[in-house]
Design a protein around this ligand. Sequence first.
Ligand SMILES: *Cc1c(COP(=O)(O)O)cnc(C)c1O
Length: 569
Amino acid sequence: MQDLLIDRNIIAYFSMEIGIDEKIHTYSGGLGILAGDTIRSSADLKVPMVAISLLYRKGHFHQKLEKNGLQREGPDPWPVKEFMQEMSARTHVIIHGRTVHLRAWKYEVKGITGLVVPVYFLDADLPENSEWDRTLTHHLYGGDNYYRLCQEVILGVGGARMLKELGYNNIRSFHMNEGHSALLTMELLDDEAKKAGRNHVTEEDCKKVHKKCVFTTHTIVPAAHDKFTREMAEMIIGKRDDFFGLDGVLYNGTVLNMTYLALKMSRYVNGVAKSHGEISRELFSGYSINSITNGVHAGTWVSDPFRELFNKHIPMWQNDNFSLRYALSIPKDDIWEAHMLAKRKLIDHVNKETRLYMDENVLTIGFARRAAAYKRADLLFHDIERLRTISNNIGKIQVIFSGKAHPADNGGKNLIKRIFDAKNALSNDIEIVYLENYNMNLGAMITSGVDIWLNTPEPPKEASGTSGMKAALNGVPNLSVLDGWWIEGNIEGVTGWSIGNGALADEKNKNLLDARSMYDKLENIILPLYYHDRNSFIDVMRNSIAINGSFFNTHRMIQEYVLNAYCCY
Ligand SMILES: *Cc1c(COP(=O)(O)O)cnc(C)c1O
């Protein structure tokens, strides 16, 4: 079966990070989780795909938090051989004049109907390489700009070469999941030049490569678009006047900007939600940019109690996620019972890990995601006294946080500290916990085990967001700022609740206005519903599954990619 696929027109999916399993430390956040979910859905739906990433033997980092919320980072190694199979194929890339040899490790993602999508993790830790070069595939998002560009040469050029060594000679589309892998286009250009009997690339080659590439951009946050000076690019890649001289390869003639390189070389480009598509069109004017709204892999993120419930009422839900709309016919008592089982599992975990006593009958708010400043994890504490009063007078609340700050992101680290400060200030009134070392396992447990999923990004910076989709699949309503996917997912009072009205507030007042709206919704709508009209609260839970779970999944997403990005051109 697999040999057959190699001969068919296959999609090569390149991603700097891929989240396969919480024990395989090759991801840091939403980008990697999306990559893993994309691959899982492709396997389920028999979309022929092969994926490429880097191995990261030492992972991203392991997070420990001190009593005051100070983040301590440690290495996060994992046992490669327990999960992956070493391939005999070898290839190499030239980095800063040195030859760096590469091998690949294979992980097989098996779909529900048996199709396997192989994922190849590139590894430079070979005795043939210098000590320093051996570390090039050790750390995800570690090191400086030089280290990053070396990694991107390995991912893009090394990845494209490794695929050839592995026998993939008939790839229909190269999908760049974010710009990190954009240097794969240089290898494809070189292939075209070679075919034409030349040793330098030309605009002719660009036209051919353009037909083969697809690019998904994931963020509008400037720091997340990789840029390298021409000097550094030439130092690492080599003096390739033919490549750097191509129209549009260098941004403004001076910068190797991976986003612009990918934009220039791709026949299809998309953002990850409708609104993100629109903003990207403004940001990168002159390019045709579509949108395909992200999803999550339902089979991965549904908790065991809901899995059983869906199996009983909607037997084919894992093959056909659209059929989750029939959740509307599941009895409300059963929805509540499944939810309480998932909640108990989370609360038991919290009470065991910390010395808190959280109560399963108290409305529990969840907030877990990368601790980045624009996500405003501390917005809930904008007015501590108001929050205290709401919890004491309207209905008790408790809060579960989790999330890592990138080691170089002081803004994110301070955010965690501020949550610890609020936790102390509220310790007599509201139980608040910050679970260390957020990962896929915790993500699944928290998104399925709380009563309300809170999201407070600064619009329009949340391109999509996916954790709220995991919550929706598990019947957990969202309370979220209207940004990213929630602009499409929110039906007020039906699938959850909005914070603010979607208008971009002025810089100065945005925290105040959003916080006020959030407190108003909790005080006037959500807490009264939860404590005094449980029946109506469960309506919102069930609608979350039927209306949003059935749509915001990667099965629907990959079908859109097949129709719009992979097949039709
Ligand atoms: C789902 C998930 C994310 C993405 O969360 P967002 O809310 O979209 O930022 C990040 N990390 C982990 C571990 C996840 O499971």
